[in-house]
Design a binder for this molecule. Sequence first.
Ligand SMILES: Nc1ncnc2c1ncn2[C@@H]1O[C@H](COP(=O)(O)OP(=O)(O)OP(=O)(O)O)[C@@H](O)[C@H]1O
Ligand SMILES: [Mg+2]
Length: 246
Amino acid sequence: MVQKLKLEKDTIISVKNVNLAFGEVKALCNISLDVFEGEFLGICGPNGSGKSTLLKTMVGLLKPDNGEIEFIKRDHKKFQVAYVQQMREFDRNFPALVKDVVMMGRASHAGLFRRYGPKDHEIVDQVMKLVGVDHLKDKPQGQLSGGQFQKVAIARAMAQEPDVIILDEATSALDYRASAQFMNLLRKLNQEKNITIIAVHHDLSMLKEYATRIICMDRTVEWTGAPEDAKLDETLLRLFFYNSPH
Ligand SMILES: Nc1ncnc2c1ncn2[C@@H]1O[C@H](COP(=O)(O)OP(=O)(O)OP(=O)(O)O)[C@@H](O)[C@H]1O
Ligand SMILES: [Mg+2]
């Protein structure tokens, strides 16, 4: 029995019967899904299918009308979820040095009014090296390229020492090479640090290459399975070409 339980995948986030409407617009209709520890979950769906709304609900920025989202952590530590939003120009214009942006990731550990200590600085140095932005640390973030900026966003997320990183179209501003580099970085964090990744991504070929499981959604979960499953293409065709837009 113990053996069997160990073989089963551990759920770390459980979404149950979640509904959310913006006025007349039903963005999420009875969404239920489990996120398993250590997976690289790719989420796809047409424009307006509720992907960003789902992520925002998962990180607590939006409250569902009903249903529940549970975070399951076994060792009583605080559950850390890092959320990387879509790149926005005004974030780049915020006048801060790269090292200070990454330090902001430590805020949830430092607590209110506590100064950053040696451990915080050590972690910031470590993650900047890991992500490959160490050489940029004294640059104002406004001077970075799109790809460098996204890497800094990941370094900031990593400084939180997260269990899960949730990304919304994190490579949309990047060219193919920079996107692939970025996805490789996510894969490395997933495989070497056992960080669970949840990534909404518009590039389906990229998702198929990097995700260990894919969810197709259109306001509700339409399909989930392995990237190599033949049913995936069938579902994508139906969602992207045959369903009427809303
Ligand atoms: N703050 C809001 N107020 C009102 N309606 C909203 C709001 N945010 C999203 N919506 C609506 O909810 C639906 C789902 O939007 P959402 O942004 O989650 O879609 P998405 O799948 O992320 O789309 P995209 O691929 O374009 O990013 C859309 O119809 C959208 O217009
Ligand atoms: Mg979106």
